[in-house]
Structures are given as structure tokens and as C-alpha cells.
Design a protein around this ligand. Structure first.
Ligand code: ASP
Length: 413
């Protein structure tokens, strides 16, 4: 097994997980804890990894102007790609009309069966946060609390300030700190390597328990909706991200996708952008994307840039409206674009978060919130797919930001 590359082993784990889930059915739940341990292990390194690698990257950048420029570019790129993603979602749903053909009886059954689960999601919907409060919340009042609670934007802010100030103090003072940080960073990366050896088993257990609990009949009922979403997601990842990496990042898409395959598999099986951050950083390192860009773009993107989630919200909103027979005007669709961009900022990179934000989108366009019950049955499967696309988008962004800042292309440096 030693010589088999890791991504192949993870893939085998994924495949065996599906088989085990089909054979064991709901009993597969008994091995879920193996997957949970894996997710906890990989999540354990997220905060230290983001803090130390970003602080180091910023310190080596040491240029506030460059920092501002990279920040602005990243932000514009994120907004643009999210807008493209949601437009693809809306177009696919308008063209392929997944909501037609679902009869009244099935609708009532779905509403009844998933009512309770939907209510618990809806109860989590908060009022749309104001832009000001989002901005204020980026600044941590207490750095320890920010880290302890894994507030990613606050941790990023801390690392940026800390790294910048490290570059401003006298070298004899900063040198030992930089050396210490480098040592810690290396160690944390070593932890990631170690944990990833366990990935095939974790992935096997996760997939087995998801498939074991998944009703095949619900997938058949919602097949059209699931297929339209997956088609849209595949288009976003393979065509849009592929082209962007090719032309803006100057990297062959084949090389890109091969290089990030570990991260794609982990995103798919954990449904969590946050848990995928460490592996994504490793993959980008192998692709020779400089850490000063990847350690900024990836954690920030995992928190605020979710192309897959935005696309899914477009499809889901139109689907639910179609089932309720509510026509969506152009203005309503424009509201969806805006709301989904905001929602993608507000969605946490954890499983199922996109669903809660979807309820917020529905509220804005006057579609009954209970409608989320209609799609809950297949949400986990779609969550796996959209999380993968979320992280592909963030890794593509890193390649592109690297290319736009450096004269050389990633991989040639
Ligand atoms: N699970 C997704 C993520 O972590 C968020 C979502 O539910 O859409 O990226």
C-alpha cells in the first residue's frame, strides 16, 4: 500500500465507504466515529496553521501597499466568481425547470416528512446582518477568544496585523520570533501529513455512514433537482474555474485538478470547507503557489467565498418557487443574485450551513421558508458536491492571485 499515492488511497476509501454503506445500511452509523475523529484531527490544526502561516507570509511580504492590493484583488475576484456561479445556478434552473413534474402528493409528503428538520433549520435563520456589524466583527476584541472559537475572519485579521508589525520592528527583535513561527509552522504541517495518513479510513467511515442513512428513494424523487444542481456545479468547476486557471493563472487545468485532488476528496467527504483548509494549503504548496498568497486566499475564501453554495442556492430557490407555483420576476432573480452573494459571505464553512442561508434568501423573495423541507432529503449529498466546488474556487483563486502578483507562473517559481 506504501507506494500507492495518497489520493488513490483516499479514493479507494471513498469507494469502499459507499460499498460498506450500501451493505450495512443504517448500521453503518456505528463506524461514523472513525470519520468524526478524522474531522476533529484535521480541524484541530486549522487555527494554528492559518495564524502562523499567514503571519509568516505577511511578515515576509512586509509591504502594506502590496497587502492592500492583494486583498482588494482577492475580494474582487471572489465577488466576480460568486456572481458567475449564482448566474449559472439560476440559468440552469430556469432552463431545465427541475420543479416541474413533481406532483402535489409527493410535495405534500416531502413537506410532512421533513417538516421538523426544516423547522430546526429555519429557527436558526437570523435577521440579515448589517454590513457595518459584519465589518465591526472582523476586529477581535479578544485574540484568545477569536482563536478559541475559531472565528476565521478574526484570526485572519490578527495574523495580518501581527505579521505586518513583525516586519516593522527591528530585525534583531523579530528574527527569533520569525524562527519560532517557522518552526511551529513546519510542525503543524507535519501534523497535517500525519493526520492525512489516516484520511482513507476516515473517508471510508464518513461515506459509509452517509450512504447507509441515505434513502435511495428520496434521491429518485428529487433526481431532477439533484441532477440540475450537480450539472451546474460541474460546469462551474470544470469550465469556469478551468478556464480561469488556464487563462488568468496560466496553469494547465489538468495539472491544477491533479494537484488539488487530495483537497477535493477531503472537501467531498467532510462537507466542510474549514476542515479542508490544511489539505488545500498542502496541495497548493506542491503546486508551488507561494504561501504568502495561499495562506491568505484559502482561509479567507473558505469563510467568505462559496461559489458552489451560491450556485446551489440559485437552483434551490427557483426549484422551490416552481413547486409552489410562484413566478420569479427578473427583479426577484436579481435579489437572489445579491442575497446569494451575501449569503456566501455569511455561510460558515461547515456541513449544512448553506441550507440555513438558503432560508434567508427565500425570505427575501417571498417564497415560503417551509419549502426547505422539499430539498432536505438530498441536502447532504449536494452539500458534499457544493463544498468541493467551494474549495476548487478558492484554490483556483490562489493560483490566479499568485500569477497576478508574481511575474512567474505557479509551478515555475
Ligand atoms: N458545507 C459547505 C462548506 O463548508 C457550506 C454549505 O453548506 O453550503 O463549504
Amino acid at each position: 500500500m506504501k507506494k500507492v499515492p495518497l489520493h488513490t488511497r483516499i479514493f479507494i476509501g471513498l469507494f469502499l465507504g459507499v460499498v460498506a454503506g450500501l451493505i450495512l445500511g443504517p448500521k453503518a452509523r456505528n463506524i461514523e466515529f472513525v470519520g468524526t475523529i478524522f474531522i476533529r484531527l484535521i480541524t484541530m490544526v486549522v487555527v494554528p496553521l492559518v495564524f502562523f502561516s499567514l503571519a509568516l507570509g505577511t511578515a515576509s511580504l512586509g509591504d502594506i501597499k502590496k497587502l492592500g492590493r492583494v486583498g482588494l484583488k482577492t475580494f474582487l475576484y471572489f465577488t466576480l466568481t460568486t456572481a458567475i456561479a449564482i448566474t449559472i445556478g439560476l440559468s440552469a434552473a430556469n432552463l431545465l425547470k427541475p420543479g416541474t413534474g413533481l406532483n402535489e402528493q409527493v410535495k405534500q409528503e416531502l413537506l410532512k416528512n421533513y417538516q421538523q428538520a426544516a423547522q430546526s433549520k429555519i429557527s436558526l435563520v437570523q435577521e440579515k446582518p448589517s454590513l457595518i456589524s459584519v465589518l465591526v466583527n472582523i476586529v477581535p476584541a479578544n485574540p484568545v477568544k477569536a482563536m478559541a472559537e475559531g472565528e476565521m475572519l478574526q484570526v485572519i485579521f490578527l495574523a495580518l496585523i501581527f505579521g505586518l508589525c513583525l516586519s516593522l520592528i527591528r530585525p534583531e527583535k523579530s528574527k527569533p520570533i520569525l524562527q519560532l513561527f517557522e518552526g511551529i509552522n513546519e510542525t503543524v504541517l507535519q501534523v497535517v501529513n500525519l493526520v492525512m495518513k489516516f484520511a482513507p479510513y476516515g473517508v471510508l467511515a464518513l461515506l459509509a455512514s452517509i450512504i447507509g442513512q441515505f434513502g435511495l428513494s428520496i434521491l429518485v424523487t428529487l433526481l431532477k433537482y439533484a441532477l440540475v444542481t450537480i450539472l451546474g456545479l460541474a460546469f462551474q468547476a470544470l469550465v469556469i474555474d478551468g478556464l480561469l486557471v488556464r487563462f488568468l493563472g496560466r496553469m494547465k487545468p489538468g495539472r491544477f485538478f491533479k494537484g488539488i485532488s487530495d483537497a477535493m476528496l477531503i472537501a467531498f467527504s467532510t462537507s466542510s470547507s474549514n476542515a479542508t483548509i490544511p489539505v488545500a494549503l498542502e496541495c497548493l504548496d506542491e503546486l508551488k503557489v507561494k504561501k504568502e498568497y495561499s495562506s491568505f486566499v484559502v482561509p479567507l475564501g473558505a469563510t467568505i467565498n462559496m461559489d458552489g453554495t451560491a450556485l446551489y442556492q440559485g437552483v434551490a430557490a427557483v426549484f422551490i418557487a416552481q413547486i409552489y407555483g410562484i413566478p420569479l420576476s427578473l427583479a426577484a432573480q436579481a435579489t437572489i443574485v445579491l442575497m446569494a452573494i451575501l449569503a456566501s459571505v455569511g455561510t460558515a464553512g461547515v456541513p449544512g450551513a448553506g441550507m440555513i442561508m438558503l432560508a434567508m434568501v427565500l425570505k427575501q423573495i417571498g417564497v415560503p421558508l417551509e419549502g426547505v423541507a422539499l430539498i432536505l432529503g438530498v441536502d447532504r449529498l449536494l452539500d458534499m458536491c457544493r463544498t468541493t466546488v467551494n474549495m476548487i474556487g478558492n484554490m483556483a483563486a490562489s493560483v490566479i492571485i499568485h500569477r497576478s502578483e508574481e511575474k512567474s507562473t505557479a509551478g515555475q517559481v
